[in-house]
Ligand binder design. Sequence first.
Ligand SMILES: *Cc1c(COP(=O)(O)O)cnc(C)c1O
Length: 453
Amino acid sequence: MRFLSTRGQTPALGFSDAVATGLAPDGGLFLPESMPDFSRDLARFEKLTYAELCFEFLRVFATDIPPETLRGLIAQSYTKFSDPAIAPLKPLAKNLYVLELFHGPTLAFKDFALQLLGNLYAHQCQVRKETINVLGATSGDTGAAAIHGLIGRPGTAIFILYPDGRVSPLQERQMACTGAANVFALAVDGTFDDAQTALKEVFGDQDFRKRHRLSAVNSINLARVLAQCVYYLYAWLKLPASERSNVEFVVPTGNFGNVLAGWMLQKMGVPIRGFRVATNQNDILYRLFQTGEYRVGEVHPSLAPSMDIQVASNFERFIYFAVGRDPARVREVMATFKATGAYTFEHFNRDAFSASRTSDAEIASIIQRVYRTHGYVADPHTACGFKDLNPDRVNVVLSTASPAKFPDTIKAAIGLEPTHPSLEALKAKPIVKDLLKATPDAIRAYIDARAVR
Ligand SMILES: *Cc1c(COP(=O)(O)O)cnc(C)c1O
């Protein structure tokens, strides 16, 4: 299988190259050259474990990795999940389920993709007899999940920048208490945007980038989207057969990576009825699905911080389909959006999507209501999914993080403080971080001194 850029000005690449490249050189995002059709495989998939299902799915895309190697990489990627089902589907009421995606090492759904991506990187190092230095900026969950995908992997080092004092204490501990020699947690003096801006310049320095074989951690990597398709498929197969074709997945959304994966699976022949894009008060996607206008707003920090985004970086993949797979039109939309901060689609087809928006006050009251009605503790991101459930559908709400990651919000809502053994264990470990100026020179000097060679 080969992969094309949404902007049409990059030669098609195989799976491993597309994964290693991340963002296509023309600024676009990689998509499969053609969508496979899994409709005739569904019966055969029913009895598979999570890792086996993941293998059967990904082997169709990762055709440049020998099947037995791929099987091993996938099996290893899901060994650090604490629930034997990996992604347990729990019934809460008639026509209401929750799909728990927080049983990985950092207790958020990003582990599903980043455990696998870590293994793919490490495998590539081995095959090509090269080292890799992974670099990224984070406002929380992504950095922790990326670090836990690469902890202690030979041939790799990972450098994660985060704004000092502006990530939650537990998130900082997940990054800075690993004790691993190849992990560098870097608290920068400045905001997330300052860190991001400095990083862009470092990545723009082609000599430096080549010298250290730098790779970026971000939410647009092809492997992340494909790995995330699998839990939708797994959940669909776990539903009673009579409910499957009426299912609506409800997805707490920020960068549109998670919900896009489900939608792509639908395009691959899995009969899913719909998707709800559940945003917090940062509602660019909600407004788009209401009006057809995609217009950036200001980011307002919320109780669901991992969804506090201005521009949904994966949305370009949906645009590609929305404009009839015409890369010239994608370039036009993206150029207009970049220049003016807005784009209005003339005949916007929202396809299988609906959308909702949840304010902070509503998040708190929903956590209360869900706890009272179902005895279920939802984290603040997941809470956004419980708004406006569609009574005509079988709702599957994706639970994207463990409530134990947000003890203060939960305690304020229901009076109980959720805990998790892995977070408790972190509190006893020393924090190892370096303080860094948010400048390209400071970042380069730091990496020059510590990169794996
Ligand atoms: C990243 C994240 C989201 C948003 O996912 P996207 O793929 O960016 O839409 C939602 N909830 C949690 C807990 C997250 O970490």
